[in-house]
Design a protein around this ligand. Structure first.
Ligand code: AMP
Ligand code: MN
Ligand code: MN
Ligand code: MN
Length: 277
């Protein structure tokens, strides 16, 4: 049986469709042997996921996907093997919940100005105890027939530069990396090609990322094709970063992304899981 490491996915603790229990069960069914639950800015789903993992025999790695800011760009940093009880990290996630609620109020206000009322109540209800994300706004816009898909909701309202976009005061990249590494975790740059940075800016970013203590980069994600994997692997090699593999699974409704459905890590890349103990 091959080991399958899926080190990036979401539950209802943020913008995933499945509860932590449902997610772990599905990962197990898909043949995943080690799963990291990495919800946006929260560790609230980890305890439930751990309980389920112990019953199914899958290895659960405690994770998070932190939103950070670097040169006006929101960068996602996956933390693997973190300690959710580490006080500065726990405090940070508490604060981020408030930051996200305050942002949601502003987004809803902007939507109201576009004659779309009711968004705030809807996203608060949909998120429940979990983090409010733009995905919740996208689903609201679909449900009210303002758009027909999530993607269209981002393209017309929620993405940067669109009418309901609100910039968010995320912590700096260095601060985010510190919360992860000081809690005992490994910081991994998530989906490095999604930021559409030039080669020069990638060099600046990966230099800063390493200087701040970052150790890994996602080389294989649920959507990368062979060319993209080669490019990400090339960054891993050049900057001496360990490579991670993670689907970024959110929902069974997205037929393109499945838990554990990942190309293998290229053989010349050091696997990030070898850094986890
Ligand atoms: P937030 O962290 O609340 O700003 O929401 C970010 C989440 O929204 C991401 O993790 C994705 O799941 C989703 N998202 C961001 N941009 C897009 C997009 N262009 N299309 C679809 N989903 C997106
Ligand atoms: Mn998401
Ligand atoms: Mn992300
Ligand atoms: Mn993600």
């Amino acid at each position: 049986m091959p080991e399958i490491y899926d080190l990036h996915c979401h539950s209802t603790a943020s913008d995933g469709a499945l509860s932590p229990t449902e997610l772990v069960k599905r990962a197990h069914q898909q043949g995943v042997t080690a799963l990291a639950l990495t919800d946006h800015d929260t560790t609230a789903g980890l305890a439930e996921a751990k309980d389920c993992a112990m019953n199914t025999g899958i290895k659960l790695i405690f994770g998070i996907e932190l939103s950070t800011n670097w040169h006006d760009q929101c960068l996602h940093i996956v933390g693997l093997g973190i300690d959710p009880a580490y006080p500065p990290l726990a405090e940070a996630t508490q604060n981020l919940q408030r930051t996200r609620l305050e942002r949601a109020e502003k987004v809803a206000h902007k939507l109201e100005k576009k004659n779309i009322p009711g968004a705030l109540d809807a996203v608060i209800k949909a998120a429940g105890d979990g983090m409010i994300t733009r995905t919740h706004f996208a689903d609201f816009l679909v449900s009210q027939n303002h758009v027909s898909t999530r993607q269209e909701a981002f393209d017309r309202y929620l993405a940067k530069g669109k009418p309901a976009y609100v910039s968010t005061p995320w912590a700096d990249l260095e601060q985010g990396i510190n919360w992860i590494t000081e809690s005992g975790g490994i910081a991994v740059l998530a989906h490095p090609l999604r930021y559409k940075l030039t080669a020069n800016w990638m060099k600046r970013l990966l230099t800063a990322f390493k200087e701040a203590g970052g150790q890994g980069i996602e080389v294989v994600t649920g959507r990368y094709n062979a060319d993209e994997i080669r490019l990400a692997a090339d960054y891993a090699k050049r900057f001496d970063l360990a490579g991670s593999t993670g689907s970024d699974f959110h929902s069974p409704d997205n037929e393109w992304v499945e838990l554990g459905r990942l190309a293998p890590l290229p053989v010349n890349i050091k696997p990030v899981w070898e850094l986890l103990h």
